[in-house]
Design a protein around this ligand. Structure first.
Ligand SMILES: C[S@@+](CC[C@H](N)C(=O)[O-])C[C@H]1O[C@@H](n2cnc3c(N)ncnc32)[C@H](O)[C@@H]1O
Length: 256
Protein backbone atom coordinates (compact mmCIF):
# COMPACT_ATOMS: atom_id res chain seq x y z
CA UNK A 1 0.00 0.00 0.00
CA UNK A 2 1.53 3.31 -1.05
CA UNK A 3 -1.03 6.04 -0.47
CA UNK A 4 0.82 8.08 2.17
CA UNK A 5 2.19 11.46 1.04
CA UNK A 6 4.35 13.35 3.47
CA UNK A 7 3.46 16.71 1.84
CA UNK A 8 0.23 16.70 3.91
CA UNK A 9 2.21 16.42 7.14
CA UNK A 10 5.62 18.04 6.48
CA UNK A 11 6.63 20.51 9.18
CA UNK A 12 4.15 19.20 11.77
CA UNK A 13 5.06 18.71 15.44
CA UNK A 14 6.30 15.17 14.80
CA UNK A 15 8.62 16.45 12.06
CA UNK A 16 10.08 19.00 14.48
CA UNK A 17 10.92 16.18 16.92
CA UNK A 18 12.19 13.84 14.18
CA UNK A 19 14.20 16.35 12.14
CA UNK A 20 15.70 18.24 15.08
CA UNK A 21 16.84 14.87 16.57
CA UNK A 22 18.34 13.83 13.24
CA UNK A 23 20.17 17.17 12.94
CA UNK A 24 21.73 16.70 16.40
CA UNK A 25 22.99 13.23 15.44
CA UNK A 26 24.38 14.33 12.07
CA UNK A 27 26.13 17.40 13.41
CA UNK A 28 27.83 15.29 16.08
CA UNK A 29 28.87 12.55 13.64
CA UNK A 30 30.24 15.11 11.17
CA UNK A 31 32.59 16.51 13.82
CA UNK A 32 35.00 13.64 13.05
CA UNK A 33 37.03 14.12 9.84
CA UNK A 34 36.54 10.49 8.76
CA UNK A 35 33.96 10.10 5.93
CA UNK A 36 30.67 8.44 6.84
CA UNK A 37 27.60 6.82 5.27
CA UNK A 38 23.99 7.98 5.61
CA UNK A 39 21.32 5.50 4.52
CA UNK A 40 17.62 6.28 4.57
CA UNK A 41 15.01 3.57 3.98
CA UNK A 42 11.90 5.78 3.42
CA UNK A 43 13.14 9.08 2.00
CA UNK A 44 10.03 10.92 0.80
CA UNK A 45 10.62 13.80 -1.62
CA UNK A 46 13.53 15.54 0.12
CA UNK A 47 12.16 19.09 0.15
CA UNK A 48 8.58 20.34 0.78
CA UNK A 49 6.67 23.50 -0.15
CA UNK A 50 4.49 24.45 2.80
CA UNK A 51 2.42 26.69 0.48
CA UNK A 52 1.19 23.59 -1.38
CA UNK A 53 -2.58 22.92 -1.16
CA UNK A 54 -1.90 19.57 0.57
CA UNK A 55 -0.12 21.35 3.42
CA UNK A 56 -2.78 24.09 3.67
CA UNK A 57 -5.51 21.42 3.75
CA UNK A 58 -4.31 19.82 7.00
CA UNK A 59 -2.87 22.97 8.61
CA UNK A 60 -0.28 20.73 10.31
CA UNK A 61 2.74 22.84 9.30
CA UNK A 62 0.93 26.01 10.43
CA UNK A 63 0.38 24.45 13.87
CA UNK A 64 3.88 22.93 13.81
CA UNK A 65 7.00 24.64 12.48
CA UNK A 66 5.30 27.93 11.56
CA UNK A 67 3.88 28.37 15.07
CA UNK A 68 7.17 27.29 16.65
CA UNK A 69 9.22 29.77 14.65
CA UNK A 70 6.75 32.56 15.47
CA UNK A 71 6.79 31.70 19.19
CA UNK A 72 10.30 33.09 19.55
CA UNK A 73 11.27 29.90 21.45
CA UNK A 74 13.20 28.31 18.57
CA UNK A 75 16.94 28.25 19.40
CA UNK A 76 18.53 30.01 16.42
CA UNK A 77 21.87 28.22 16.73
CA UNK A 78 20.33 24.71 16.60
CA UNK A 79 21.40 22.99 13.35
CA UNK A 80 17.75 22.21 12.41
CA UNK A 81 16.51 25.75 13.05
CA UNK A 82 19.50 27.46 11.43
CA UNK A 83 19.09 25.28 8.31
CA UNK A 84 15.41 26.22 7.98
CA UNK A 85 16.19 29.92 8.51
CA UNK A 86 18.89 29.83 5.84
CA UNK A 87 16.68 27.97 3.34
CA UNK A 88 13.81 30.42 3.89
CA UNK A 89 16.16 33.33 3.30
CA UNK A 90 17.98 31.86 0.30
CA UNK A 91 15.32 29.71 -1.44
CA UNK A 92 11.76 30.61 -0.42
CA UNK A 93 9.90 31.52 2.81
CA UNK A 94 7.68 28.44 2.42
CA UNK A 95 10.38 25.80 1.86
CA UNK A 96 10.82 22.97 4.42
CA UNK A 97 13.67 20.41 4.47
CA UNK A 98 12.86 16.70 4.57
CA UNK A 99 15.34 14.34 6.18
CA UNK A 100 17.32 13.71 2.92
CA UNK A 101 17.95 17.43 2.52
CA UNK A 102 18.90 17.80 6.20
CA UNK A 103 21.46 15.02 5.69
CA UNK A 104 22.88 16.57 2.53
CA UNK A 105 23.10 19.98 4.22
CA UNK A 106 24.78 18.81 7.45
CA UNK A 107 27.14 16.21 5.98
CA UNK A 108 30.20 16.77 3.78
CA UNK A 109 30.83 16.07 0.07
CA UNK A 110 33.13 13.23 1.20
CA UNK A 111 30.22 11.45 2.92
CA UNK A 112 28.08 8.93 1.00
CA UNK A 113 24.29 9.19 1.04
CA UNK A 114 21.88 6.41 -0.04
CA UNK A 115 18.17 7.28 -0.26
CA UNK A 116 15.43 4.70 -0.90
CA UNK A 117 11.89 5.64 -1.94
CA UNK A 118 9.28 3.34 -3.48
CA UNK A 119 6.41 5.68 -4.48
CA UNK A 120 6.91 6.70 -8.16
CA UNK A 121 5.72 10.31 -7.67
CA UNK A 122 7.73 10.82 -4.49
CA UNK A 123 10.76 9.23 -6.14
CA UNK A 124 10.47 11.58 -9.15
CA UNK A 125 10.33 14.60 -6.82
CA UNK A 126 13.31 13.23 -4.86
CA UNK A 127 15.21 12.77 -8.13
CA UNK A 128 14.61 16.42 -9.06
CA UNK A 129 15.65 17.71 -5.61
CA UNK A 130 18.52 15.52 -4.55
CA UNK A 131 20.96 15.24 -7.46
CA UNK A 132 24.32 15.70 -5.77
CA UNK A 133 27.52 13.80 -6.61
CA UNK A 134 27.61 12.05 -3.22
CA UNK A 135 23.89 11.06 -3.25
CA UNK A 136 22.73 7.67 -4.58
CA UNK A 137 18.99 7.32 -5.21
CA UNK A 138 17.24 3.94 -5.20
CA UNK A 139 13.64 3.29 -6.29
CA UNK A 140 13.57 0.30 -3.99
CA UNK A 141 11.90 -1.15 -0.91
CA UNK A 142 13.97 0.37 1.91
CA UNK A 143 13.24 -2.53 4.30
CA UNK A 144 15.04 -4.81 1.84
CA UNK A 145 17.47 -2.34 0.21
CA UNK A 146 19.15 -0.80 3.25
CA UNK A 147 20.16 -4.14 4.86
CA UNK A 148 21.43 -5.25 1.44
CA UNK A 149 23.93 -2.34 1.50
CA UNK A 150 25.06 -2.95 5.09
CA UNK A 151 27.74 -2.77 6.29
CA UNK A 152 28.18 0.16 3.93
CA UNK A 153 31.30 1.88 2.63
CA UNK A 154 32.42 3.98 4.48
CA UNK A 155 31.67 1.74 7.45
CA UNK A 156 31.11 4.59 9.93
CA UNK A 157 27.61 5.99 9.69
CA UNK A 158 23.90 6.05 10.33
CA UNK A 159 20.66 4.53 9.07
CA UNK A 160 17.60 6.76 9.40
CA UNK A 161 14.25 5.04 9.09
CA UNK A 162 10.90 6.80 8.93
CA UNK A 163 8.26 4.46 7.46
CA UNK A 164 4.73 5.69 6.81
CA UNK A 165 3.20 3.01 9.11
CA UNK A 166 0.19 2.78 6.77
CA UNK A 167 -0.06 -0.87 7.60
CA UNK A 168 -0.20 -1.96 11.27
CA UNK A 169 2.33 -4.69 10.49
CA UNK A 170 4.90 -1.95 9.69
CA UNK A 171 5.68 -1.62 13.42
CA UNK A 172 6.78 -5.25 13.79
CA UNK A 173 8.47 -5.10 10.36
CA UNK A 174 10.46 -2.05 11.47
CA UNK A 175 11.54 -3.82 14.67
CA UNK A 176 12.80 -6.83 12.65
CA UNK A 177 14.51 -4.42 10.22
CA UNK A 178 16.42 -2.70 13.05
CA UNK A 179 17.49 -6.01 14.60
CA UNK A 180 18.65 -7.33 11.23
CA UNK A 181 20.60 -4.14 10.52
CA UNK A 182 22.28 -4.31 13.90
CA UNK A 183 23.30 -7.93 13.29
CA UNK A 184 24.81 -6.97 9.90
CA UNK A 185 26.42 -3.69 11.04
CA UNK A 186 27.08 -3.78 14.77
CA UNK A 187 28.70 -0.33 14.93
CA UNK A 188 26.18 1.55 12.79
CA UNK A 189 23.98 4.18 14.39
CA UNK A 190 20.30 3.43 13.76
CA UNK A 191 17.64 6.12 14.24
CA UNK A 192 13.95 5.19 13.99
CA UNK A 193 10.93 7.49 14.11
CA UNK A 194 7.48 6.16 15.09
CA UNK A 195 4.03 7.68 15.59
CA UNK A 196 2.16 7.46 18.89
CA UNK A 197 -1.56 6.78 18.39
CA UNK A 198 -4.31 6.21 20.96
CA UNK A 199 -4.30 2.40 20.89
CA UNK A 200 -0.47 2.23 21.06
CA UNK A 201 0.32 0.15 17.95
CA UNK A 202 3.93 1.32 18.37
CA UNK A 203 4.36 -1.20 21.23
CA UNK A 204 4.98 -3.81 18.47
CA UNK A 205 8.09 -1.79 17.61
CA UNK A 206 9.27 -0.41 20.94
CA UNK A 207 8.83 -3.56 23.07
CA UNK A 208 11.07 -5.91 21.04
CA UNK A 209 13.68 -3.19 20.58
CA UNK A 210 13.80 -2.14 24.23
CA UNK A 211 14.07 -5.80 25.29
CA UNK A 212 16.81 -6.72 22.78
CA UNK A 213 19.76 -5.40 24.81
CA UNK A 214 20.84 -3.08 21.99
CA UNK A 215 23.94 -0.96 22.75
CA UNK A 216 23.71 2.74 23.65
CA UNK A 217 19.92 2.61 23.38
CA UNK A 218 18.17 6.00 23.59
CA UNK A 219 14.43 6.62 23.44
CA UNK A 220 12.55 9.90 23.36
CA UNK A 221 8.76 10.24 23.33
CA UNK A 222 6.67 13.40 23.20
CA UNK A 223 2.92 13.50 23.85
CA UNK A 224 1.49 16.60 22.18
CA UNK A 225 -0.42 19.05 24.38
CA UNK A 226 -3.03 19.77 21.72
CA UNK A 227 -3.05 16.92 19.19
CA UNK A 228 -4.88 18.11 16.06
CA UNK A 229 -5.13 14.64 14.51
CA UNK A 230 -5.09 10.95 15.52
CA UNK A 231 -1.35 11.40 15.99
CA UNK A 232 -1.08 12.12 19.71
CA UNK A 233 2.68 11.94 20.00
CA UNK A 234 6.03 11.23 18.41
CA UNK A 235 8.79 8.77 19.28
CA UNK A 236 12.42 8.21 18.38
CA UNK A 237 14.70 5.28 19.15
CA UNK A 238 18.44 5.48 18.60
CA UNK A 239 20.86 2.53 18.70
CA UNK A 240 24.61 3.18 19.17
CA UNK A 241 23.75 6.72 20.22
CA UNK A 242 26.76 8.98 19.54
CA UNK A 243 28.46 10.09 22.75
CA UNK A 244 27.33 13.49 23.98
CA UNK A 245 24.03 13.77 22.06
CA UNK A 246 21.49 12.56 24.67
CA UNK A 247 21.04 15.85 26.52
CA UNK A 248 20.61 17.86 23.34
CA UNK A 249 18.09 15.35 21.96
CA UNK A 250 16.19 15.34 25.28
CA UNK A 251 15.95 19.16 25.19
CA UNK A 252 13.83 18.98 22.00
CA UNK A 253 10.95 17.63 24.12
CA UNK A 254 10.81 21.00 25.86
CA UNK A 255 10.25 22.77 22.53
CA UNK A 256 6.89 21.04 22.09
C1 LIG B 1 7.09 9.47 6.35
S1 LIG B 1 7.51 9.52 4.68
C2 LIG B 1 9.23 9.93 4.70
C3 LIG B 1 9.54 11.33 5.10
C4 LIG B 1 11.02 11.62 5.18
N1 LIG B 1 11.74 10.61 5.95
C5 LIG B 1 11.28 12.97 5.80
O1 LIG B 1 11.34 13.06 7.03
O2 LIG B 1 11.44 13.93 5.05
C6 LIG B 1 7.55 7.82 4.25
C7 LIG B 1 7.88 7.58 2.79
O3 LIG B 1 8.11 6.18 2.61
C8 LIG B 1 7.69 5.82 1.31
N2 LIG B 1 7.57 4.34 1.35
C9 LIG B 1 6.55 3.58 1.80
N3 LIG B 1 6.89 2.27 1.79
C10 LIG B 1 8.18 2.22 1.37
C11 LIG B 1 9.12 1.16 1.22
N4 LIG B 1 8.79 -0.12 1.50
N5 LIG B 1 10.38 1.46 0.80
C12 LIG B 1 10.72 2.74 0.51
N6 LIG B 1 9.88 3.79 0.65
C13 LIG B 1 8.62 3.53 1.07
C14 LIG B 1 6.42 6.58 1.11
O4 LIG B 1 6.13 6.72 -0.26
C15 LIG B 1 6.78 7.92 1.79
O5 LIG B 1 7.27 8.83 0.85
Amino acid sequence: MLSYQHLYHAGNQADIHKHATLAVLLRKMAEKDKPMSYLESHAGRGVYDLNAPESAKTGEAAAGIEAFLKSGKAPEEHPYISLITRMRREISPSVYPGSPFIAEALLRPTDTIHLMELHPREYDALYRMMRYPNVHLHKRDGFEGVPALCPPTPARGIVFTDPSYEDKTDYATTARFVLKLHRKWATGVIAVWYPILKDNPHFDLTKPLSEAGLPKFFQSEILFKKPATALIGSGMIIVNTPFGTEDEMAEIKGWL
